[in-house]
Structures are given as structure tokens and as C-alpha cells.
Design a protein around this ligand. Sequence first.
Ligand SMILES: C[S@@+](CC[C@H](N)C(=O)[O-])C[C@H]1O[C@@H](n2cnc3c(N)ncnc32)[C@H](O)[C@@H]1O
Length: 283
Amino acid sequence: MNQVLTFDPIKYKITTISNWNKVAQSYHNEWASINLGPFGSTQQVVDLAEIDVEDKVLDIACGTGAVSKIIGKILGKNGILIGCDIAFNPLKIASQEIKFQNFYVVEMNSENMSFSKINFDKIVCQYGLMFFTNPLKVLVNIREYLSERGKLIIAVHGNEDKAPYFSSIMRNIIKHIPNIRQKGSPSVHSLGEDGILEKMLADSNYSNIKILKRNFVYNAGSFEQYWNDYMDTTANSLRETIKDCGENTIEKIIHDSEIETREYLKDRSIIFPWEVIIAVAER
Ligand SMILES: C[S@@+](CC[C@H](N)C(=O)[O-])C[C@H]1O[C@@H](n2cnc3c(N)ncnc32)[C@H](O)[C@@H]1O
């Protein structure tokens, strides 16, 4: 009988940290640092932040520093840039990559964030908010750290149909191994439905909220390349569990996933559409 696991936020955080520590280097080399697919948004997030040389900037879930790296090149000697992330290895890469003299990294869970004696002119969060167990609480909390005219820029992935890279395999992992994820776990798509992010920002009392949609594409190569890449990165933390379910189950997942990707096949490469939602708001 399949056991349905109830959501355990501590276990979820431990898995998050371990997973991002494992995949940080390949995430950086193969995606974030080369602006691949959805990372076309990185420059747009920075442009929308309208960084001033003297700004104090917070980059939440900064990872390996894709957004911070560009911001650090704009800030002057009186500017301050803080990158925070729950995992150590992404931060280590960010510190090596970012040469800006006033760049500081903080290893911290953004869901329990606390700063004293500092207000930020800009807060950015690219591809982080949807991983939080309570994104609304985070939005309410960070508003307190924004200066009076401070600006918040958030980027999240679109829903399953609009950013199918994640779902084309994950849907079939869950179909064949229904208890693989704790019920209620945040998903990469959890803020990707129309209106969700806008409502959350409004409920957290932000003003001048603007929602922009950007469409990118990602060439995943052959199905085999897509599968291998996915197992090395996105599904890394589930790999052992999937393996334990046996060859028969893995074959079924591969079979069904391959069928799903056919609609994106062009000249033997899978070309995924990739919608990104960018929200801009003021305190
Ligand atoms: C997809 S990466 C995004 C990194 C970076 N913002 C970028 O655009 O490349 C997601 C990051 O969120 C971090 N993260 C996940 N949950 C977090 C939490 N509760 N607090 C802080 N960081 C978190 C992960 O460690 C990871 O580095």
C-alpha cells in the first residue's frame, strides 16, 4: 500500500540544502552563468531594478550569484550588495565570481530572515520564492526591510504548460511513484499560474505592482540528453528513490515522458517554451 507522506518542513529544508550543495557547480556552469533558456531574465531583472550606484541591495536566494554579478558591476563604492542563500556551495561560487568590494554573502534561510539597522533600496529574488514553504510570509517580512520608495523584483517560472521542462518528466515520476514527494511540498510551478504572484504582493501591501511575462526557449537536445541532464540536476535529490523502484518503473517513466516531449520535437531536438513571470513592486 502506498503511504502518503505528510509535509515535514524541516526535512524539506534539509533536502533543499543538500540538493543545492550537490548541483551548485553544474547549475552555475550549465545554466545560470551562461544565461541559458530562462536565464535570459537575469539582465531584465537587473534592468527593472534600476540600480543606482549608491543603492543597498539584497539578493534573496542568490544562488551562485547570476543576478548579483551584474548588480555588483553597477554599484559604486558606497553601494552595498548582500546575497543570501540557504546552501553553502552556491554562496561559495558567488563569492568567487563577484568582485564587487562591498558584496557580502549570508548563509540563511530566507523564511526566517532578520536584519538589523539596514534598509534596502532594492530587493531581488530570481527563481527562489516558489521554493519557500510560505512565500506570502516572506513577502510580508521583506517589505519591512525595504526603504520607503524601495523596489522589489521577483522572477518565477510559468506553470506546467508554459514551462514544461520541469513537468514533462516530473509528472511521470509522480504518476509511477505517487508517494515520492511529501504532499504539500512547494513546486517549481507553484507561483506560475496567472494572478497568484500579483495577489500575494497585493495581500502583502505592496504598491505599484506590475507583472511582466517573458517567453524564452530552451533546447534540451535529444530525449536521452534531456533525461540525463534532468536526473543530474532537477531530480538529483530523487535519483536514489527512483532507482530503488526498479528498472520496470524507470522504463515506464522514461516511456511516458518521451511521449510527452514529442510535441516539442523539432529536427530531433526538444525545444521547450519557457515562460517567466517577473513582478515589480514598491513598498
Ligand atoms: C534556482 S536557484 C536560483 C539562484 C539565483 N537566484 C539565480 O537566479 O541563479 C534557487 C536557490 O534558492 C535557494 N533556496 C531555496 N530555498 C531557500 C530558502 N528557504 N532560503 C534561502 N535560499 C533558498 C537554493 O539554495 C538555490 O541556491
